[in-house]
Design a binder for this molecule. Sequence first.
Ligand code: BDR
Ligand code: CA
Length: 310
Amino acid sequence: MARTRLVIDTDPGVDDAVAILLALASDELDVLALTTVAGNVGVDKTTLNARRLVDLAGRPDVVVARGCAAPLASDLDEAGDVHGLDGLGDIAWPEPRTPESDEHAVDLIARLAAEAPLTIAAIGPLTNLALLQARYPGVEARVERVVIMGGASFAGNVTAAAEFNVWADPEAAARVLAGPWPITLMPLDLTHQATLGDDDLEYLRGLDTEVGRRTAAILEPYAAFHDQWYGNRDVIMHDAMTIYELLVPDAIEKQGAHVVVETGGAHTRGATVIDRRRGFASSPTRVGVSLDNPAFVAFVRERLARYPLG
Ligand code: BDR
Ligand code: CA
């Protein structure tokens, strides 16, 4: 089977890191680039973190290209309380060896899409993809699929109405979700079903690999944050849903839906209005609804165990 040509557009980010490590462990995916965006932390830090992660995975062939430093129409509000001030749990890292590309993220994505069909996993604010649409009109036709972590039907995580990636740049999300490309959206209603527990962190530590130890180390403060906000230490694997969907297509139940973003709103800016009524059942926009967490956990354990010992 042909490998999926993939760009991961990301703001690493602890759960971004898990998603990236899952993708880089998987031969079915030809991960061409990590393109970075401001989100969980500023773009200097997300770019540094992306370079750290490709080094950790032993994949210096994966291009790291810097993208947008600020949302389209608002100021960046970081999430250092969730991901640590450096965006990756504030543990010590070696100086990254993988260089940053000279090419802007958006130009790189357009070039890769022009070469052959491309899939994009978008796991940060959607600023880069909105700029891609604006700078390269018609680019959507050359993108096979966009799998996005973002939005929520029922409750947000930054405000009662809004999920972080959409709330961080609602204007961008509105444009991307209105674009003529096949979108699969993984909202909070789905991602909160995908969790790792303390036994999984213990499993990762016990792998006796650099990837296992570092993944467990960055998940530790993330677990403490979850304990404080959700009342237990189970860590939510939001961004990994995009990679899980690409690798195990039937694992996540999906529905057709019409999705729009609230860009105004006195109390609801950044909310996604997800219309799942029957009339939208065959919509090209699909929304993740449910999954079996034990199967997801087994998937994570197996893929992350593929990295070399040491
Ligand atoms: C999303 O926001 C970020 O903090 C996470 O990395 C994820 O992409 C969840 O709302
Ligand atoms: Ca993210």
